[in-house]
Design a protein around this ligand. Structure first.
Ligand SMILES: C[C@H](O)[C@H](O)[C@H]1CNC2=NC(N)=NC(=O)C2=N1
Length: 97
């Protein structure tokens, strides 16, 4: 099982993920795209990456605003897998914006 990050480690990782906030119970970000179809296209690309990593974010879709939350459910908190997923989500949002 993946190791839970301490509060200090989560803070450290978040300092390198400026669009994300959170704590050891989960990290999240929102992203506003240009349109609803553009937002759905981002969700679709995130779905592909989530399958590749076998690690899946919780996603809230409200018109063109997406909210991603990453937590390792099986571990009950934030692990390096969530940090990796967050970086990959950032890459997708950046290339879509
Ligand atoms: C069997 C499979 O590895 C697990 O169900 C995975 C799938 N994706 C997952 N995603 C997240 N965020 N947390 C998990 O614990 C998790 N478990």
């Amino acid at each position: 099982m993946a190791d839970l990050l301490t509060a200090d480690a989560v803070r450290e990782e978040l300092s390198r993920l400026p669009d994300w906030s959170g704590d050891p119970t989960g990290i999240g970000r929102t992203a506003q795209l240009g349109s609803f179809p553009a937002a759905i296209a981002v969700v679709d690309r995130v779905a592909t990456v989530a399958e590749e990593l076998d690690h899946h974010p919780d996603i809230d879709i409200r018109w063109r605003t997406l909210t991603f939350r990453c937590v390792t459910h099986s571990a009950g908190g934030v692990t390096h897998r969530d940090i990796e997923l967050a970086r990959r989500i950032d890459d997708i949002v950046r290339s879509a914006a």
